[in-house]
Design a protein. Sequence first.
Lengths: 445, 535
Amino acid sequence: MIFSKEEAGKIIEKVISFSKADSVEVNLSGGTSMNLRFAVNTVSTSGASDSLDVNITSNIGKKSGSVSLTSIEDSEIEKAVRKSEEIAGYSPENEEFIAPPGKQSNYLGVKEYFEDTEKINPSDISEKISYTLKKAEDKKLISSGYFEKNAEFVSNGNSNGLFSYHKSTSSKFSSTMRTEDSTGSGKIDRMYADINLLNIKKFSDNVAERAILSKGPVKCEAGKYVTILDNAAVCDMLNNLLGYLNKRSADEGRSYFSDKDKGNKIGQQIADVKVDIFSDPQFTDAPSTPFTREGVPLTKSEWISKGILKNLFSSRYWAEKTKTKYIPYPSNIIMKGTDKSVEDLIASTEKGIYVSRFWYIRQVDPRQILLTGLTRDGVFLIENGKIKSSVNNFRFNESPLNVLKHVIDLSVSEKVVGSETYDSKIVVPALKISEFNFSSVSDAI
Amino acid sequence: MKRREFIKTSAATCCGAVIGAGFLERALGNNSFDTNVSEESLRKFIALDESDFKRLADTSIFLANKNSASYSDIRVCKYRNQSINTSEERIQNISDSENLGFGVRVLINGSWGFASSSLVNENEVIKVTNLACEIAKANSVLQKFPVELVPVNSYTDNYKTEIKINPFDVSITDKINLQLKYNKIAKSTGADYVDSYMWFINEWKYFASSEGSYIVQDLYRIWAGTEPTVIDKENGNYESRKAIIAPMSMGYEYFSELPFEKEIETAVENTKMKLKAPSVVPGKKDIIIHGNNLYLTIHESCGHPTELDRALGYEANYAGTSFMTPEKLGNLKYGSELINLKADRTQKYGLATRGYDDDGVKTTEFPIVENGVFVNYQTTREQAKNISNKESFACAYADSWSHFPIQRMPNISLLPGKEKRSLEDMISDTEDGILIIGDGSWSIDMQRYNFQFTGQEFWEIKNGKKTTMLNDVAYQGNTVDFWNSCDSICDESEYYLGGSLFCGKGEPGQISPVSHGAVPARFRQINILNTKSQI
């Protein structure tokens, strides 16, 4: 269920009123969600859910305890507050305890809620998806996919006077289409706060086209190639990289970003000069929550600027201990692009591989940020500025930083969803890179 | 695949005891919220017991039937999760959460509808059942062929995981002290950093269906892990090797019955060795894979491709499809004759073990691969007819009341060899190879052909002897070639039950707990990569 700012404020005040601890922190969130799944050109499982979460943390001295519940019934809340105090009582002192942040006044204004998204009903959804199913049938393709809409709110409050509130919607559409002979596959995955941006017709047309283009791949040897990674593939690479930008592990000497002499690599050239990566909750194409899980305001943060590492994220404790500015984990990630299209990148390529998406990406060695994974849903050989043929899928062993070091060119940036980026809000260009390590061939389509 | 998100956000998993309607007015002190629910109904549902659940279930089933549902079910679930995370001598996080809600599934005109809510009361059951029916009717426009369920018996039963000590009866203080003791052992053995976690999970659910079943299940799962890191400041290097102990369906006796302390010492000693271990020379090698690594290879290369929904294309948009398509059933030579893989949802300690699945079908065991030949898929009531089976193998599961039950993996295990053979015997019988211990990273393609796995620890085997530790090893393979290259497996004395709490599948994403038993096995001429020389 969704509460307004005023309703959320009152519930949080109520929780705080029950507290006997030195301080209490409340995180209240809830929402409604509806989805439709389809596969083998027919609807499969679908559903709806309505949920509410109340998370309460009590702090006594340097001890803390957390409890969560789905009820805002007085007696249940009081029970939960007592239980969190009891857990705090059990805990040993946490030397790294920091008192909850006080009242904040500088939250960025972010419009991420759209009524049209919240209002869509089961018949509207079914109507939208009927186009996708028909498109697949007309083109003799086997379609599967997923539609989801969410309306959510999140609110924080604590006994030190902090209060934050954010309401948002999201609409998602993804579809995979496979050729009847199972030799071709295409996929698209998009998510927007405003459902009016979710152009299901256009996306369905695109995925059908990609599936047909990828039909009948020819054999291509593994190896290092000039490679164009489409936005969705870059999206997964960047999302994986983000997790490594942790200041504490760098400072402690257990990260790629550790530096034997300087502690960490902030200020060093770690990528090509064409690489600019930042976060900004107000970024129009990817509006996102303007505060952290503790309710501290999120503002624009630069991560990599002209290839130089500008910042690493940390906790409030670590920032205070190392006497550095507190840069929290962000709520979106944006990589600057150009005004070029992917077609432009292909046209300027004499010989190379064009990758649509990645799949099953896992860390192999954190010391090098070496990742493995596979290509999926369309890999193509480029010769003399044109797509020559569809080729087999590959397994890769590669580092996202290596990708950023070898950037030759970038396309326009777009909001896309990677294969494993889920609800992360990411805006990225397609990249042309001078080498990418395809380690072996995969027979999968 | 495993869902990292769950681990990331799990501290935020939730939530509360039974909630009453009219809650809003009470919470806000008679403010102007119209909830359409009387105080009387609030009192009625504030403390529900089994007979209340039956009444709610009967209401939902009656209403679905009125809406022309040919089938309907309701699951009322209550999850309790406790987790403790520490680093060195510090608490990182203690979380104790309850999460209650219900989901209603209806089948109308051969189309599914599903809706759910975290409010458990009669009004909400009516609202949610009506919404499920509305969704089913809206979707039937898109339905190309009707969903048909194979028959099931009706059951009225109670099932509980066999546990000796209920983990929720043990105080949090005791749990914290135990974990800090493990961290101390790691530090005093030479770890610079150590991260530990404990998970205690109770999944309680009440299932009722229009087939006449009323089933209560009370399931327990437990997991603890410790991962030490050793820093080599001189060379600006670091290494870690986690303690290898799997999650299980077990009570708190987990800690006294499994060798935690010894394993943590081994983990630190071997981390130190790893810092000095030479990098592997890549190429084709014979490898002996310990059960504590092979369990994950079984999960990825046998568990997932034999899911019938994948094979038929129902998971094509996310998890992928399968190279094990239905025409291969009964004739694909999946592995060498030594390979027998059995599915079993009744196996002791198995994470997927329970009395009934979320279709209300009694759990069972069945072969997946027999003497190397692929003989069965995992099925649900909806899928069984697709391969002309008359009964389901009871593999339906939903990880939450808010999710639709889909086909999920039973415990699937490699049966031990019948001939007596220990790991020592196997090593002495190997001329030039590598022994692989513990699971590291894992990745496999969307049809389950090409995989790459690392491990925690690697040893060179030369002329029948375990010689030096190696580093930077990954093995790559192709499922059928790999399992056919197996020429030796150990006997039951080397059996290891591994598993994961976080196998991901479906949209919206769901996680599921599953175990895999395995014995060490030898695979000939497997492609070994050096992970340091990739970039």
